[in-house]
Design a protein around this ligand. Sequence first.
Ligand SMILES: [Zn+2]
Length: 210
Amino acid sequence: MKGDLKTETESEIVAAQDRVLQSNYYTTKILNTETDSKCRLCQQFDEKIDHTISACPILAKEQYIKRHDRVSAQLHCNICKETEVQLDKKKHWYEHVPKSVETSQGGKVTILWNQQVQTDRTIPNNKPDIIIHDNEKGTCMLIDVTISGDRNVVKKEAKKFLKHKDLTIEIQCMRNVKTKVIPIIIGATGTISKSFRKYVSNIPGNNEVK
Ligand SMILES: [Zn+2]
């Protein structure tokens, strides 16, 4: 299991992909029972699979954040290992709690977690999930993770570049380093784009994709 990016258990993924989870919408509209098709949690929207796995406002407050953080913390852990940041060796990746700032031995690489970038002009989107400054190579990598509805994966990927365009230019000008954005967009039931593996391969560490 080491290093592979997982979002849900395999049985949940298979069930959701097959659209056979017993959602209220499915029970009411497909099986024609006299139940309410609304979501049991928010009571606002039809309880369809897509709603439950990525669009429920109640789950967005905590569960989706946890799911997102699990993926980015795993990436962070793999990056730290690859760049020789000292980690507690006894801990597994799933116990890894990222620190705001990590520096590799010798100061070659600095890794920021969930930190706002201070810029001269105001940039609203200035907090990618992970920033890797390679002080030796003079490069900066902005990694931003989203777990989205499966249908939106490609669209969200394109949006990430737009979202961080201003920040990319600003960092390049301020620090005179080559800066690039790495979007990590995973559909809630495991959908990935054709480019996903290419993006992941840019990130330091043994980040397997299954
Ligand atoms: Zn809901």
